[in-house]
Write a protein that binds this ligand. Structure first.
Ligand code: ADP
Ligand code: MG
Length: 463
């Protein structure tokens, strides 16, 4: 095998790794893994794919992303092409050689960034503000991100975004970076994961390049570190992060951090760092609610429908998905994508039946497994009442209200029917349950304490 051939395969191996991160595991397995890079010729990267359906799909959905990552890896490509070629042979490279270097070993340069010497990670071109659907659970995070992206004097530093997996933290961070670059192409924006930060740091230590390292990180205008919980328990990385952080704050440079939980809740993170992180604006992305999920599905489905004008789409499918699929938006997106791919492949209308058939595994996996008993226990704890009172006959407000909260949650978080729920609340009638659920629905809209309680309880129950 020639040197060029080998280089090509190594680059593609690295790019695939990046793609895995940016498109997610299932998209990756379905659409990226089967691609074979044939050649890069005259700025055109030519891939072979096994079927024309795949060629179409990949070119419609992933061409831009693939190109972005190729460019980021310095491949001389300005266009990608997909050629249908039934694959019989394995790639002409021994497995050991194709094994992609781990992303840690090869931090990627920021694509098209003016400051191309910054050791950042590539930005996903789809993660823009335009593509971000705003709903109640994320409106504050979105507003804060917008505010930071506008530039101008730094008003809160850092902006700390946190929330569960797949709720849009990375999307918002990339959107900020895109927007800042759009407004000021000269701005030095550095986005990377905490893991990459650590890797750069360790590498600099090893290569005795700490001075360069410090210089680079202290010379940026905007620093974004994603998934900062990763450095918890890694003492020297934390130390360096702390110094970088302070240096930038002193220079009034904007810092944006994300994590999967609030600063105070990250175990193994030094107290001085926690308190530094809390100094700015701390906002959380709440688990998606039905309306937001539906909004996201509608937006994405719109895009698919434009691509597949012939595909028929029955009413109620999106509502069904929004209702049945978990809060993680990544899972939601994957489901919709699979649905359209499947429907167009078999040439059938997207109906509820087809949806259930095509997404059986996803639907099953996101079935809520919370039980009424668990709900009763958590709610009793939360309001500090006895579990026996929850089920018992007492009707004083201090007990009846938590009981109604538990009924409400049981209705929304389990698949139990009203009579079944009633039975679990000491044999109450289903109309009593219905009344309780309605009462809480009303209160939720007017009483922010109740709304907060519900949110909190739902979160702990879903965790
Ligand atoms: P996190 O970093 O919080 O784990 P991501 O930002 O990677 O989550 O989001 C997961 C996927 O869901 C991405 O494809 C992202 O574009 C999408 N997504 C999340 N929230 C939204 C939203 N509000 N509107 C549109 N897409 C969203
Ligand atoms: Mg993320």
């Amino acid at each position: 095998m020639g040197r060029i051939e080998k280089m090509k395969n190594e680059t593609w191996g690295r790019v695939k790794e990046q793609l895995l991160e940016s498109v997610g595991r299932s998209n990756y397995a379905n659409w990226i893994e089967p691609l074979e890079l044939r050649k890069v010729d005259n700025g055109v990267a030519v891939f072979s794919v096994p079927t024309s359906f795949m060629a179409n799909w990949v070119s419609r959905n992933f061409a831009d992303t693939i190109l972005t990552h190729l460019k980021a890896a310095n491949a001389p490509a300005s266009r990608v092409e997909f050629k249908v070629e039934p694959h019989q042979s394995q790639p002409a490279v021994a497995p050991a050689e194709t094994a992609p270097a781990t992303s840690n070993q090869t931090p990627t340069l920021v694509h098209e960034a003016p400051a191309a010497d910054l050791p950042g990670a590539p930005l996903d071109p789809r993660f823009t503000f335009d593509n971000f659907v705003v709903g109640k659970p994320n409106e504050l995070a979105h507003a804060a991100a917008r505010r930071v992206a506008e530039g101008g004097p730094v008003t809160f530093n850092p902006l700390f975004l946190y929330g569960g997996v797949g709720l849009g933290k990375t999307h918002l961070m990339h959107a900020i970076a895109h927007e800042i670059r759009l407004r000021d192409p000269e701005a030095r924006v550095l986005y990377l994961s905490a893991e990459q930060f650590m890797y750069r740091f360790v590498q600099a230590l090893r290569d005795r390049q700490m001075i360069d390292f410090k210089q680079i990180f202290r010379s940026v205008d905007v620093l974004m570190v994603d998934d900062v919980q990763f450095i918890a328990g890694k003492d020297s990385t934390q130390e360096e992060f702390f110094h970088t952080f302070n240096a930038l704050v002193d220079q009034n440079k904007q810092i944006i951090i994300s994590a999967d939980r609030a600063p105070g809740e990250i175990q193994g993170l030094e107290d001085r760092i926690k308190s530094r992180l809390q100094c700015g604006l701390v906002v959380d992305l709440h688990p998606t609610d039905y309306e937001l999920r539906l909004g996201i599905l509608q937006t994405k489905a719109e895009g698919y429908r434009a691509q597949y004008p012939d595909l028929k789409f029955a009413d109620g499918v999106l509502e069904f998905l929004a209702h049945r699929i978990s809060t993680n938006v990544r899972v939601l997106e994957g489901a919709l994508m699979r649905l359209f791919a499947f429907a167009s492949l078999v040439g059938r209308e997207i109906t509820l039946d087809l949806t259930q058939e095509c997404l059986a595994d996803i639907l099953k996996a996101s079935e809520r497994k919370v039980t009424v008993e668990e709900i009763q226990r958590k709610v009793s704890e939360h309001y500090a009442i006895r579990l026996s009172d929850m089920i018992g006959p007492k009707r004083v407000r201090s007990i009846a209200r938590p009981r109604q909260v538990a009924m409400y949650l049981a209705k929304h978080m389990t698949t139990r029917s009203l009579p079944e729920i009633g039975r679990r609340f000491g044999g109450r009638d289903h109309t009593t349950v219905m009344h309780g659920v309605r009462r809480i629905e009303e209160l939720k809209a007017t009483d922010s304490q109740i709304a907060d309680d519900l949110e909190m309880l739902r979160r702990t129950l879903e965790a």
